[in-house]
Design a protein around this ligand. Structure first.
Ligand SMILES: NC(=O)c1ccc[n+]([C@@H]2O[C@H](COP(=O)([O-])OP(=O)(O)OC[C@H]3O[C@@H](n4cnc5c(N)ncnc54)[C@H](O)[C@@H]3O)[C@@H](O)[C@H]2O)c1
Length: 275
């Protein structure tokens, strides 16, 4: 059901790859709430052709952009400026680690790939904000959101160099947020619980991490659609004074210790194994 929370707002949504992508679900929710927006992804991802269906469904143009390339980010902002004059929201839902893809352990990272992880997953937020600002694309009162993970604060071994990327991403959101605040522009990160998407399930051990979080989070793991609804509230005018925050959207995982169910499971598993 629409609440028209984004009626008349314009935006840019980065990172919709397929139906499971969080950005895909955010695009559907923003469309439902009355926003118009551009969809952007790396040219190589667009070759899959899946984004065309979302573009048709939402009436959103697709603008290719590899965020590791300054010129492409600048061009995207120039196109957005020409089309809309200015935008009211941006979603950064971009993450990639060649080291994870190629199963490099954290102690033996390939440094070229490590740099790519940081460039694509974190520094790109700085770049998007820099070129949006330089081209005068961000309207006063705009809201910028990036998606993070609790690996920024706690060590999840299988998340490897993405833990570092998320820590940097959250820091960039705070730092840029402080600089754009005089114009009422908000910059936040949402720390989403494990979600079964292409990026998520590409991590070895993801199913175990998903189940662990599901068992500990009092409200259970959030879906991509639930994340999308949360994003809508942060793009809306109802959250005008929320900025420079990392907001946990994880069913309570970040502050929960252990669940009763897990205590019972662990007791059964390890009963009689104590020395
Ligand atoms: N899935 C999870 O469990 C989870 C949890 C917390 C946070 N997140 C974050 O949510 C965001 C979206 O991920 P997702 O889970 O929806 O997976 P996804 O694979 O659907 O989205 C990742 C996107 O990044 C894009 N991308 C990669 N390299 C790029 C580049 N050079 N230029 C432009 N785009 C590029 C991909 O094409 C893809 O669309 C990521 O930042 C991810 O880290 C995911």
């Amino acid at each position: 059901m629409s609440h028209n929370l984004l009626k008349g707002k314009k935006g840019i949504i980065f990172g919709a790859l397929d139906e499971r992508s969080i950005a895909w679900r955010v695009a559907l929710a923003c469309h439902r709430e009355g926003a118009s927006f551009a969809l952007s992804n790396a040219p190589i991802a667009l070759r899959l052709g899946t984004l065309d269906a979302l573009s048709e469904q939402t009436g959103a143009p697709v603008i290719p952009c590899d965020v590791s390339d300054d010129a492409q980010v600048a061009e995207l902002m120039q196109k957005s400026k020409r089309r809309w004059g200015g935008v009211d929201f941006i979603l950064h839902a971009i993450g990639m680690s060649p080291n994870i893809r190629k199963s490099k352990p954290y102690e033996g990272l390939n440094y070229k790939w490590y740099h790519q992880t940081l460039e694509i997953s974190a520094i790109s937020l700085h770049k998007v904000l820099h070129f949006a600002n330089e081209e005068g694309v961000l309207n006063d009162g705009a809201s910028v959101l990036a998606l993070s993970y609790i690996g920024a604060q706690r060590i999840f071994s299988k998340y490897s160099d993405m833990n570092d990327a998320k820590a940097l991403l959250e820091s960039i959101a705070r730092n840029y947020g402080s600089r754009l605040a005089p114009r009422g522009i908000r910059v936040n990160t949402i720390s989403q619980g494990p979600t079964k998407t292409s990026a998520g399930t590409g991590i070895k051990g993801f199913d175990g991490m998903y189940t662990f979080a599901e068992k500990i989070a009092p409200l259970g793991n959030p879906s991509a659609d639930e994340c999308a609804d949360y994003c809508v509230t942060l793009f809306s005018d109802l959250t005008r004074k929320v900025t420079m925050q990392n907001l946990f959207h994880d069913g309570g995982f970040a502050t929960a210790g252990i669940s009763e169910e897990m205590i019972a499971d662990l007791e059964a598993l390890y009963s009689g194994k104590d020395a």
